[in-house]
Design a protein around this ligand. Structure first.
Ligand code: HAM
Length: 405
């Protein structure tokens, strides 16, 4: 037997219903906020992710599905969606004219991680990217959109926010942090002692308990922000205070991708175990430039579909469509059923039972597929050119001419 690869899984039956429902709900809400669909390739040049997500990130350093293709190109399955959308934005020269562009997307992402509950090697995201709006109001607007999506799906959450500063206040903070961490290097975990040189900010969100204890008195970026970043971060908190969104400031929230500046956020659920982040995002005002575009501010987020499937409440399904069957083996009966089904499918869902069965069995079959109508041709109906119909919701029963129904 051939199984799916480790960390990759099939989505079927009720999970598939929830999957589609999640995408459809998020799509509907993203459209209400002015977003339009974009589809980018699953495979991109490796250097795209090195330059955007960052060489020192775990995603690029350890988790890429990277290979040389038959044309000797260094390529990689996308580990996230933002880099591809920014590449597409720059490639289409959208950065050259002052306009706001908003894109949404969904699809598979690939990270060669150690699989566990909520952590897959192939997983799906629904994401949004907003270009050309530097205002912190747009950060708030995006958070409101995620709130709307989770509310519509019936999912509870806590929001964590932080500010990662800008090119003015981040470098001096980085130096402060390096000065704080260097004397503690030997006590930090292996990853963190390496990160002091490569990416000291990532030390802040290390999951190792000893590292977290050592970080207790570490300088906080939120206390070292420049006046603009400080004022934007306060505005964001004021806006959140005025909304019904429960949030906390988490000064150790740095996100696992290097392109962020200013607002960074994560939505977490307390109901799904240790992999609790159900959505993450933030501002990335320098990324368009890093990928050879003009300077265009941007902000976005992605939600992890698999992590929320268990939390989604599907709306109670209503009876829908027609179950068609017959009790006969007569010549011409199947042709009649197929012709009727084709006509009815112009308006609704129709399923045909091919086996002639008793009325009782047909009624059971119709109930099993949650059909609204059970329509059956018996001997008497066939001789009259009619069909017997039961509305399984109102329980009403009647006969109609096959041609006219
Ligand atoms: P991210 O935080 O790496 O951000 O991923 C977003 C979400 O994808 C996470 O919150 C989580 O729910 C889900 N996720 C991540 N890794 C896995 C995994 N291995 N298995 C299952 N689910 C996972 C990004 O990817 C950014 N591109 C988000 C963004 C868009 N920022 C700005 N625009």
């Amino acid at each position: 037997m051939i199984n799916a690869l480790r960390g990759m899984k099939d989505i079927a039956f009720e999970e598939a219903d929830k999957f589609i429902y999640t995408i459809e709900t998020a799509t509907q809400i993203a459209k209400r906020y002015g977003y339009q669909y974009i589809e980018t390739p699953l495979l991109e040049e490796t250097k795209l992710f090195k330059r955007s997500v960052g060489e020192s990130s775990d995603i690029v350093g350890k988790e890429m599905y990277q290979f040389i293709d038959k044309g000797q190109n260094d390529v990689c399955l996308r580990p996230e969606g933002t880099a591809g959308v920014v590449r597409a934005y720059v490639q289409a020269k959208l950065d050259r004219r002052p306009r706001k562009d908003k894109f949404y997307y969904y699809g598979a992402m690939f990270r060669y991680e150690k699989p566990q509950k909520g952590r897959l090697r192939e997983f799906h995201q629904f994401g949004c990217e907003s270009f050309g709006e530097a205002s912190v109001y747009e950060d708030f607007n995006i958070i409101l959109m995620i709130r709307d999506i989770f509310d519509a799906l019936g999912i509870g959450y806590t929001l964590k926010i932080n500010s990662l500063g800008c090119s003015e206040c981040m470098p001096p903070y980085r130096q402060n942090l390096i000065a704080f961490l260097t004397p503690k290097e030997a006590l930090l975990c292996e990853d963190c002692s390496r990160r002091i040189a490569t990416n000291p900010i990532r030390v802040l969100d290390c999951k190792n308990n000893q590292c977290q204890t050592l970080l207790h008195d570490a300088p906080k970026l939120t206390q070292n922000l420049c006046p603009t970043c400080q004022s934007d971060f306060q505005t964001l908190q004021k806006l959140l205070d005025s909304s019904s969104i429960a949030y906390e400031v988490d000064t150790h929230l740095v996100r696992g991708l290097d392109y962020y500046n200013k607002s960074a956020f994560e939505f977490v659920s307390s109901q799904i175990g240790s992999q609790s982040a159900i959505a993450g995002g933030g501002r990335y005002d320098r990324l368009v430039e890093f990928l050879d575009g003009k300077s265009v501010p941007a902000v976005g987020f992605a939600l992890g579909i698999e992590r929320i499937l268990d939390l989604v409440t599907l709306p109670t399904s209503k009876r829908e469509g027609i179950y068609l069957g017959s009790m006969l083996t007569q010549e011409g009966i199947m042709e009649t059923l197929f012709a009727l089904a084709s006509r009815k499918r112009q308006q609704t869902k129709v399923e045909i039972e091919y086996e002639p069965k008793s009325l009782k069995s047909h009624l059971k079959g119709a109930d099993k597929i949650n059909a609204r109508y059970c329509a059956v041709i018996g001997e008497d109906e066939w001789s009259q050119g009619e069909i017997w119909i039961k509305d399984l919701e109102t329980k009403e029963e009647y006969r109609a001419k096959i041609e006219e129904w």
